[in-house]
Design a protein around this ligand. Structure first.
Ligand code: NAD
Length: 495
């Protein structure tokens, strides 16, 4: 059994008295058991983070950079172990863990190791002639972070890296379903030279440990990735203390195929975009809007490729699609597809759980759903794609924007003007043209509308984890200043 907590630079047992078994969703076996935290652990972790803040925020940036470089090296050395554990606790295919989750996390670490040394305010000047102004970009303090289960390692790193690179200290709660690689990360971060208390991990459930982190008065900022529903709750608690809240929430990405698109590329892109991480990806392609002239060919092409997708043991490199995260997630996906069919939608493929142990669900393609139906409007978070036809560009853009979400979208066209118009008019934090999913450490990730506020990754994320201070220095040396006479009528020295 693992202690489950990492507080002030060392492992600790959670005080709740409860033990949680982390299950492998591919077969239900226990990967590891961890103790769960309680409110006292939250208080200890926040106190450790608070104590570490003064020193960590004031070390030269190169010290923070060096620690992150050392962390990247340790992660590279343990890359196979990270991938194996990530696959065991999430059920994601090992090819995804080794090809995306782990190298992406290492690359992010290297990016923020460099970015830590380029964190600057703006240039100085004397705007009124009498004072030199400078802008300092300063860390905020203790950041309370909460992460989801779909990309446990990457989401922990997207939160931790910009925060500590900027000089903040962190108390992070992974999802209780998937804490294992985040605990490995804490161990490696300490070994790499992050001082005790800079990065703390608490394994616990959302309503008690998550809310206690958000509500703690010494937590100056909250950084949350998860569902829009819980994001509302986090924002509500943070608002009560006028605390900064960075929210990365749900998505319902449209996939718009214009009549001049390369159909073969769109078909491949739709399958990859919809099935990544078994559809449990906030940017996954979920709603394909296809021009009526390509509709039938697109549907038959996607159904054919989806039918060939191999489900099976996620640890086997030959497996394409792993299970859903939990039995309850599979029930949710099953019920949403059943309600869609009952409401008039037609299955072009899939729509059932195969005869396998674990939480598997076949890739599913639906047509004939109404734009205002649940399956088109709400996050399924499973391997399910809905296809709807459109007649005109204006209609396609209108339908693409017609949900409460705005995280990501893609447009497929060979017309450069159409591509630019679509990227301007689609309301989403990321618009891909002729692709769907690729991300890079240098570019921001974050939502419009109810997909959240604030950006992960890239230099932009420093805007979230820093505050800007104006410093104004009098350069005249005059005691009796001209502007004082607007406040009280002291005579000029020469009068
Ligand atoms: P979730 O909202 O159920 O849980 C996310 C985290 O919040 C977990 O650690 C959970 O324990 C915690 N939590 C639950 N209730 C809480 C509460 N009352 N107070 C504080 N914390 C609480 O989400 P999930 O099911 O773990 O993850 C899937 C969701 O995450 C999807 O909606 C997906 O779109 C979203 N997501 C978004 C992004 C993004 O970058 N926008 C990235 C990944 C996942």
């Amino acid at each position: 059994m693992l202690p489950g907590q990492w507080i002030d630079g060392r492992p600790a047992e959670g005080g709740s008295g409860h033990v949680l078994e982390v299950a492998n969703p591919a077969d239900g076996t226990t990967v590891e058991s961890v103790t769960l935290a309680n409110g006292a652990d939250v208080a200890d972790a926040v106190a450790a983070a608070r104590a570490a803040f003064r020193q960590w925020s004031q070390v030269p940036p190169v010290v923070r950079s060096d620690a992150l470089l050392a962390l990247a090296e340790r992660m590279k050395d343990r890359a196979d172990e990270y991938a194996r554990v990530e696959t065991a606790q999430t059920g994601k295919p090992i090819r995804l863990s080794t090809g995306f989750d782990v190298p992406g996390s290492v690359d992010n670490t290297l990016f923020f190791a460099g970015a830590a040394r380029h964190l600057q305010g703006t240039a100085a000047a004397e705007w009124d002639g009498d004072h030199t102004s400078t802008v300092r970009r300063e860390p905020i303090g203790v950041v309370g972070s909460i992460a989801p289960w779909n990309y446990p390692l990457q989401m922990a790193m997207w939160k931790m890296l910009p925060a500590v690179a900027a000089g903040n200290t962190v108390v992070l709660k992974p999802s209780e379903l998937t804490p294992l690689t985040t605990l490995m990360l804490a161990e490696d971060a300490s070994a790499a030279g992050l001082p005790d208390g800079v990065f703390n991990v608490l394994t616990g459930t959302g309503p008690d440990v998550g809310e206690a982190i958000v509500a703690h008065p010494d937590v100056r900022m909250v950084s949350f990735t998860g569902s829009t529903r819980v994001g509302h709750r986090v924002a509500e608690i943070a608002a009560g203390q006028l605390k900064r809240a960075h929210l990365e929430l749900g998505g319902k990405a449209p996939f718009v195929v214009f009549p001049d698109a390369d159909l073969a590329a769109a078909v491949q892109g739709a399958v990859a975009g919809a099935l990544i991480n078994t559809g449990q990806d906030c940017t996954a392609a979920t709603r394909a809007y296809v021009h009526h002239s390509l509709f039938d060919e697109f549907v038959s092409g996607v159904a054919r490729v989806m039918d060939g997708v191999r489900l099976g043991d996620p640890a086997d490199p030959a497996t394409d699609l792993g299970p859903l995260i939990s039995p309850s997630q599979r029930e949710k996906v099953t019920a949403m597809v059943e309600r869609a069919v009952a409401g008039g939608a037609t299955l072009a493929c899939g729509g059932f759980a195969p005869d396998l142990p674990g939480c598997f669900y076949r890739p599913t393609l639906l047509t004939g759903a109404r734009q205002d139906s649940e399956i088109v409007q709400e996050e399924v978070f499973g391997p399910v794609l809905v296809v709807l036809p459109f007649e005109s560009d204006d209609e396609a853009i209108r339908l693409a924007n017609d949900t409460r979400y705005g995280l990501a979208a893609s447009a497929w066209t060979s017309d450069v003007r159409r591509a630019h118009r679509a990227s301007r008019e689609i309301e989403a934090g990321c618009v891909w043209i002729n692709d769907h999913i690729p991300i890079v450490s240098e570019m921001p990730h974050g939502g419009y509308k109810q997909s959240g506020m604030g950006k992960d990754m890239s230099q932009y994320s420093f805007d979230e984890y820093t505050q800007v201070k104006h410093v104004s220095v009098d350069i005249t040396g005059v005691a009796n200043k001209e502007w004082h006479r607007t406040i009280y009528s002291n005579p000029r020295p020469d009068q």
